[in-house]
Design a protein around this ligand. Sequence first.
Ligand code: PMP
Length: 337
Amino acid sequence: MSAAGPVEDTLALIGNTPLVRLAGPSAAAGCDIFGKCEFANPGGSVKDRAALYIVRDAEARGLLKPGGTVVEGTAGNTGIGIALVANALGYRTIIVMPDNQSREKMQTLRALGAELVTVPPTKFADPAHFVHTSRRLAEETEGAVWANQFDNTANRKAHIEGTAAELWAQLDGRIDGFTCAAGTGGTIAGVGMGLKAFDRDCVIALTDPHGAALYNYYACGELASEGSSVAEGIGQGRITGNLQGAPIDTQFRIADEEGLHWVGKLLQEEGLCLGLSSGINVAGAVALGRKLVADGRRAPRVATVLCDSGFRYLSTLYDPEWLRAKGLPVFDWLDRD
Ligand code: PMP
């Protein structure tokens, strides 16, 4: 493959990510499984796409003026995306983050020059929750806009116009299924809507971690959760603005151990170092591939997103002490000496 020519600026590096066939997951599913390499975005995650669309939308609405500030509550990746987009366009960034997220994400935000506010994790109904704290900070800050990634549908638009259209083109218009987990729900809803517009028969599956309420919602109409997960950036307890009208055909619930199994296998056998939400997505893609094979689809092709890199979690997922403290299995190669 020849290298593409130069792009105009940093923001033009967002999106158009490569798609890779995943050998191990394809063998396990008995059909082709593809991963969209969202870690290749300039901010290192799928959230650069939403950050760019949200900032551009605020500008177009006249809410964000030169020298203004973008405020957001985030598990980290959206904040990193907003900080890089804001730097490239001359805005300030204030990020509110729960203090149990990875140290690497906090260090990255500080390195990018974002003002970082950390708050203790708490339930959404609590006014001290990071989302509500970020809204209040935006209201109190002169010239600030609140990105509001959970309910601002500029988020999913990035995936309708970007991720879905790219997948369709990269797979030559033949894609039988797509699945991923939801944080804001922007990715699953946007890719789902975009792919359904190309092909109504493309099956859209939600892959939910434990501790989230969406599996039960799509399975039986009730927002209810069981268990818990250490995965960052995914797990939702309500139908966000972005999830409203999402075309979900089926759903899977994946345990952290199963997600970690794929993180370890992809690292060791395919040289891909990923975060846990990607491992959970791949487990969901294997489940969806098996289902499509069992349903009689011929040689189905399933895609998912590889949301961010494992380098963002060296102090958690790749630290034996941290894994042990969470009661999770330790990768063999980390325990060698
Ligand atoms: N994985 C990671 C690592 C994330 O940071 C996020 C964003 N919160 C997601 C998955 C989920 O993406 P979305 O918000 O589009 O549902």
